[in-house]
Design a protein around this ligand. Structure first.
Ligand SMILES: NC(=O)c1ccc[n+]([C@@H]2O[C@H](COP(=O)([O-])OP(=O)(O)OC[C@H]3O[C@@H](n4cnc5c(N)ncnc54)[C@H](OP(=O)(O)O)[C@@H]3O)[C@@H](O)[C@H]2O)c1
Length: 453
């Protein structure tokens, strides 16, 4: 197998891709023989590149020496289509067996997607119908609906849909995969998953990091395209979709697409930018790119009539946190001694993976006071060894030709239609500058009259 990473000097490669490939190697999951071709613009000798990557990746890597023998670095500017001839010669020189997989992983900003894909197709490195050659696109797929459509057209004119993998690593996360199981494998949830019983749903994805060295990419994207179009909308679709006729990939995706078709954005979008963003590397001094978005949406369906879904994401928050909180409506009984609190189901994605169900019971003692109680399930605690990181799972799925956890074109199309609509609104909305999380959260909480934290 040949696994090429375009954009190998970037953040994603050192943070996620190389660690995931290493762990697959350690678990004997990579087909032998294999090579990892790392392509970047900066000039490196392979040894220097490998050393630099090792210095950046966290954790123990006992088999690093043997693993890293399979890494090669190749310098090229992939905006030059002619450079791909040299890349083609380089990979031929690796003398890998002809029948092995060739996986091209585009860990680059989206505007490079069509350039790289076209060059690979033109140089017959990616060949229609040759199911051993596959291409993986990082999110976001496109920069808006028009560009996403154009990229998709280019691909499907030249290769098969089954050779294309549009990755959203959230879908590889354990607790995202768990949403459908919790919803559909439990009568207690399945029967009350609607507007009559659920008051609201909150989906939070907070990051403590700033844009760091990624300003060039981030400023063209912003939180709306970097997080909401993909991670938050995919999470929302899993929470809000109707029951499919069967739990197979096609039927599940058909239902997710319907959520995007029926999504309606309340006109109260809250945009923020962290103080100091304009001083970051590669950020124009007059940038109005948002690093925070608060979105209130409704799904216009029988199931969800008038139920608000709150989506909140931001950078430079006090901590990294991802979770979903489903809040149920008040119980109808009146209690003389202490009104019961609303039930809630919290699905924790990060830092802990778990589920907490809050319900009411009788307080211990002689008096019949009600008090909130929690059933707390820690998902990570039940895993022997390390739970599979999302990227590990998804890379393995590409190797095994399994696209069930990758986004289908119509899901991407549906989500871009909504994001384009919000982007058009953006210039009419204020951009709140925040120096810390509480400032911007307070604005959101006051506007929507909800508690977020
Ligand atoms: N970082 C994350 O945690 C993360 C998580 C999920 C998804 N993603 C997605 O992954 C993609 C990449 O993100 P990233 O954070 O890794 O970006 P990044 O740190 O900005 O890296 C981009 C890479 O592209 C290379 N590059 C840019 N222009 C090039 C050119 N003309 N020729 C050759 N190489 C070129 C850069 O090389 P030089 O630096 O050598 O110029 C660098 O290796 C984005 O689509 C992002 O949304 C990132």
């Amino acid at each position: 197998m040949l696994f090429t990473i375009f954009g190998a000097t970037g953040d994603l490669t050192t943070k996620k891709l190389i660690p995931a490939l290493y762990r697959l190697y350690e678990e004997d999951q990579l087909p032998e023989p294999f090579k990892i071709m790392c392509v970047g613009r900066r000039s490196y000798e392979t040894d220097a590149f490998v050393q630099e990557v090792r210095a950046k990746v966290d954790g123990a890597y006992p088999d690093w020496e043997a693993f890293s023998q399979n890494i090669h670095y190749y310098t090229m500017d992939f905006s030059d289509p002619e450079a791909f001839a040299g890349y083609g010669e380089e990979i031929s020189g690796l003398n890998l067996p002809k029948h092995g997989d060739r996986i091209y992983y585009l860990a680059t900003a989206p505007h490079y997607f069509p350039i790289i894909a076209k060059a690979l197709i033109d140089h017959r490195l990616l060949v229609k119908g040759d199911m051993r050659s596959k291409i993986v696109f990082e999110k976001p797929f496109g920069e808006d609906l028009d560009s996403a459509k154009a990229y998709n057209r280019l691909l499907l004119e030249s290769i098969e849909e089954s050779q294309v993998y549009r990755i959203d690593h959230y879908l590889g996360k354990e607790m995202l995969q768990n949403i459908l199981t919790v919803r559909f494998a439990n009568k207690i949830f399945e029967s009350i998953w609607d507007h009559e019983n659920i008051e609201s749903v909150k989906i939070l994805a907070l990051e403590s990091e700033t844009v760091k060295q990624r300003g060039g990419y981030y400023d063209r994207s912003g939180a709306l395209k970097d997080m909401v179009q993909n991670h938050l909308f995919q999470t929302l679709a899993l929470i809000a979709m109707d029951s499919p006729m069967g739990l197979n990939d096609t039927l599940i995706k058909n239902e997710k697409v319907k959520v995007f078709e029926h999504l309606h954005v309340a006109d109260e979008v809250i945009f923020g930018q962290y103080e100091g963003y304009l001083n970051e590397k590669d950020i124009p001094l007059d940038s109005r790119t948002e690093t925070f978005v608060g979105l209130k949406v409704f799904v216009n369906s029988q199931r969800w009539r008038n139920t608000p879904f709150y989506l909140v994401t931001g950078k430079k928050m006090s901590k990294k946190l991802a979770e979903i909180v489903v809040t149920f409506k008040n119980a109808s009984c009146f209690f003389e001694k202490g009104q019961p609190e609303k039930n809630s189901l919290k699905i924790e994605i990060y830092p802990r993976e778990g589920i907490i169900l809050q319900f009411n019971g009788k307080a211990p003692g002689l008096q019949a006071y009600t008090m909130p109680m929690k059933l707390d399930y820690c998902h990570m605690c039940n895993v022997v060894g390390n739970s599979a990181e999302a990227y590990e799972k998804l890379i393995l799925d590409v190797i095994h030709d399994d696209s069930s956890l990758f986004t289908r074109w119509d899901e991407i199309e549906g989500s871009w239609k909504i994001i384009d609509g919000i982007s058009r609104l953006k210039r009419f909305e204020p951009l709140y500058i925040y120096s810390k999380e509480e400032e911007i959260m307070k604005i959101v909480e006051e506007r929507w009259k909800i508690g977020l934290m």
